[in-house]
Design a protein around this ligand. Structure first.
Ligand SMILES: C[S@@+](CC[C@H](N)C(=O)[O-])C[C@H]1O[C@@H](n2cnc3c(N)ncnc32)[C@H](O)[C@@H]1O
Ligand SMILES: *[C@@H]1O[C@H](CO)[C@@H](O)[C@H](O)[C@H]1NC(C)=O
Ligand SMILES: *[C@@H]1O[C@H](CO)[C@@H](O)[C@H](O)[C@H]1NC(C)=O
Ligand SMILES: *[C@@H]1O[C@H](CO)[C@@H](O)[C@H](O)[C@H]1NC(C)=O
Ligand SMILES: *[C@@H]1O[C@H](CO)[C@@H](O)[C@H](O)[C@H]1NC(C)=O
Ligand SMILES: *[C@@H]1O[C@H](CO)[C@@H](O)[C@H](O)[C@H]1NC(C)=O
Length: 372
């Protein structure tokens, strides 16, 4: 039975590539993100640090897992898998802990969920390099705010650095590009969108998980003083936007579909209860991006520091910038490429002039939930 299933799974990526190219055009019309651009795998060290910071939690969570013995593979999933290398790393860590604590010889199947507009070519290049002796993987291109798997089949769900991306921006923000600095009704609209999205996320994960299954969430958050520790990044983005975008149409529209939650919004006991989740563990900590330390220890030149600081945020947010530049319909592809380069050169120059503003950390909320 296994060889039959797995032969189909191996072929699936090829088939999927064709499906993806056809659905991409339709999906770009939303006001959510369209994913990470450029070489995300080699410019996502900060995101990798965040995953690493959750390793001891994964270990504890796997001790708490009730595993269903059987002939089918154990299903695990990563929600927001991007171009794959961090995602594969997280899944391998989870598998190694399940094997350590549950002494199982069951096979593993990991499902990687990201938007249809994710760079799946890059993802499959990564997933095809993985050792099939450890696990097989499949991908699905759809929003994780929807149901992505059949009910009652998922053993472990994981998500890191992803659910601050909302399904859509509920409004534009006046005088900034991120809801962290929004006020009044604009702030409220983002808070509501974030809660509605979180509810959909939890409802659907709750359906997918088996009883006793575990959901591990690592989410950007702000601390008790309202600080995310990445403020300088957001201010620099807005500063560049003001220099590059047209002031009346493009600038107001340059609003990231992002909401960084408070710790209490991340650890929303009411939503957990409503969706049959028990909180096994929750905590908050600031994850250091390391680049600044390397600069100060002379392990990195200022040029490389500015480059690295720019590339990770470029990969993460260039799609939003391009979306805005494309939407007026008046700019050619060439103009857009040029303006995007100009934007990121400005960003880099500002980092170079003010390196001490870029001693960046990033507050994370860690939540481990068990499906009752
Ligand atoms: C910053 S990346 C993090 C990727 C990976 N987890 C890591 O830690 O490196 C966030 C990912 O979430 C994906 N994403 C955002 N909104 C999504 C949605 N509604 N459904 C599925 N994926 C989404 C983006 O496309 C992107 O690949
Ligand atoms: C996707 O990634 C591949 C390499 O990983 C790259 O060659 C290609 O240009 C990327 N596609 C887009 C649309 O960015
Ligand atoms: C899953 O997400 C969708 C939104 O895509 C939502 O309408 C639905 O209520 C959610 N929950 C379940 C149990 O399907
Ligand atoms: C944002 O602003 C643009 C104009 O720049 C407007 O057309 C668009 O509808 C606004 N988006 C939202 C979600 O309010
Ligand atoms: C919570 O996080 C802090 C800071 O990162 C850490 O020192 C502490 O051990 C964590 N608490 C638990 C119970 O894991
Ligand atoms: C605003 O930007 C979005 C992409 O983020 C785009 O779909 C929309 O058409 C833009 N609206 C205007 C009026 O430029």
């Amino acid at each position: 039975m296994y060889p039959f299933i797995f032969r189909h799974i191996i072929m699936f990526p090829l088939l999927f590539r064709q499906i993806i190219t056809r659905t991409c055009k339709m999906a770009t019309k939303t006001s959510g993100t369209t994913g990470m651009l450029g070489s995300y795998n080699s410019n996502s060290l900060p995101q990798r640090e965040i995953i690493e910071s959750s390793t001891s939690l994964m270990k504890n969570a796997m001790k708490n897992l009730n595993i269903r013995p059987g002939r089918c593979p154990v299903l695990i999933a990563d929600f927001g898998s991007s171009h794959g290398s961090n995602s594969m790393h997280a899944m391998k860590t989870i598998i190694s802990y399940i094997q350590e604590f549950k002494k199982t010889d069951q096979q593993f199947l990991s499902v990687h969920i990201d938007l249809p507009t994710n760079n799946w070519t890059s993802f499959f290049d990564t997933s095809n390099e993985q050792d099939k002796k450890i696990f097989f993987s499949l991908a699905t291109g759809q929003s994780f705010y929807k149901q992505c798997l059949p009910p009652n089949c998922l053993t472990v769900g994981y998500s890191s650095g992803s659910i601050h991306w909302l399904s859509q921006k509920p409004c534009n923000i006046t005088n900034h590009c991120i809801s962290t600095f929004a006020k009044g009704a604009e702030l409220q609209a983002f808070q509501k969108q974030a809660r509605d999205d979180y509810r959909n996320f939890l409802e659907n994960r709750s359906r997918e998980l088996i009883q006793g299954g575990i959901l591990i969430l690592v989410m950007n958050c702000f601390n008790d003083e309202g600080i995310t520790m990445t403020e300088s990044v957001y201010h620099n983005l807005y500063k560049c936007a003001k220099s590059i975008l047209s002031p009346n149409v493009e600038l107001p529209n340059y609003t990231l579909p992002v909401y960084i939650r408070s710790y209490d919004e991340c650890v929303d006991k009411e939503l957990f209860h409503q969706n049959s989740f028990e909180v096994i563990h929750s905590n908050m900590s600031a994850v250091d991006f390391k680049f600044y330390e390397q600069l100060k220890n002379n392990e990195m030149e200022l040029e490389e520091f500015s480059e690295k600081q720019t590339e990770f945020i470029r990969c993460a947010t260039d799609s939003v910038l391009r979306g805005v530049l494309e939407s007026t319909g008046k700019r050619s592809k060439q103009d857009i490429d040029q303006l995007s380069n100009q934007f990121w050169n400005l960003y880099k120059e500002h980092v170079k002039q003010n390196p001490d503003d870029f001693d960046i950390k990033c507050y994370q909320a860690y939540v481990i939930l068990k499906k009752l």
